[in-house]
Design a protein around this ligand. Structure first.
Ligand code: BV8
Length: 230
């Protein structure tokens, strides 16, 4: 039986599609502070500022120039053609994997095009700007909606399913992530501890955890991801 594969992607895979990364010199965290926009405390203190931050990113994602690049397309082909299981886990909240043709994507840090009600917990597709007074489409509660994203200090989504897949995989590939944010940054350790899976980093430059991988290939994702998949 073909080995199962876990792919972890980060902001670097969407960079060539026109979306900024977080920790590069021109990245999102060079312009705004994490504590101002990406924590539960920030949302309690200043929901308007947090909504503005995600509204702008949602609007940009919906602009016509933002399209999946060859790296997204290559992973969709891999998922379609590989005879074994391929779990595609992304830290990205964009929908470029889906638009690139991936039928199954696990968004461990949530999704920009969804909103969640803090009262009834319903998750709804959401493309319009959110504001402090937007009513929940399900329970009608005014001011209950928040972006469906995982902020710092919150539990990432579907961790049980991810760890089960990490424990069973024969190949783990990390693409376009700096390896700074946990628990995702610890996945390579989790796989390596078991000793019988191959681990590969595909990134523009060596990430902070590059030495933890069995193999590392450096260059733009749109070139090295398709080459790796073929
Ligand atoms: C949790 C929201 C358990 C959505 C994001 C100390 C203090 C406080 C907290 C902690 C601490 N130590 C550890 C923690 C936990 C914390 C954490 O890891 N902090 C770090 C920073 C120290 N983690 C958490 O809080 C997580 N939850 O641990 O839960 C828990 C909970 C409660 C109680 C007990 C336990 C939750 C983390 C989720 C945070 N949410 N964002 C959004 O707005 O987007 S994180 C943010 O970083 C993004 O989501 C992003 O996905 C994620 C990872 O970033 P990357 O994708 O790696 O992007 P980055 O810019 O860093 O790197 C890009 C890379 O691409 C670079 O290497 C670059 O070279 C490369 N690149 C660039 N261009 C290209 C390229 N590669 C290829 N081709 C190119 N063209």
């Amino acid at each position: 039986m073909a080995e199962s594969i876990v792919i972890l992607t980060g902001a670097g895979i969407s960079k060539e599609s026109g979306l900024d990364t977080f920790r590069d010199a021109d990245g999102i965290w060079s312009r705004v502070r994490i504590e101002d926009v990406a924590t539960p405390q920030a949302f309690r203190d200043n929901p308007l500022r947090v909504h503005d931050f995600y509204n702008a990113r949602r609007q940009q994602l919906l602009e016509s120039n933002i399209q999946p690049n060859p790296a997204h397309l290559a992973l969709a082909r891999l998922q379609r053609d590989w005879p074994g299981e391929v779990l595609l886990v992304t830290q990205n909240i964009d929908d470029l994997h889906e638009r690139g043709g991936s039928a199954s994507v696990l968004h461990m840090h949530g999704e920009l095009l969804k909103a969640r009600c803090t009262h009834c917990h319903v998750v709804a597709e959401w493309r319009a700007p959110l504001s402090v007074g937007t009513a929940c489409p399900s329970c009608g509660h005014a001011a209950g909606l928040r972006p469906h994203v995982v902020w710092f200090g919150e539990m990432p989504l579907e961790m049980e399913r991810i760890y089960t897949a990490l424990d069973a995989c024969g190949l783990f590939v990390s693409i376009g992530t700096s390896g700074n944010v946990y628990p995702a940054a610890g996945f390579v350790d989790e796989v390596s501890r078991r000793g019988h899976a191959h681990t590969v980093e595909l990134n523009l430059e060596p990430s902070s955890g590059t030495d933890l991988f069995d193999e590392a290939i450096h260059g733009p994702a749109s070139e090295i991801a398709p080459a790796f998949v073929e």
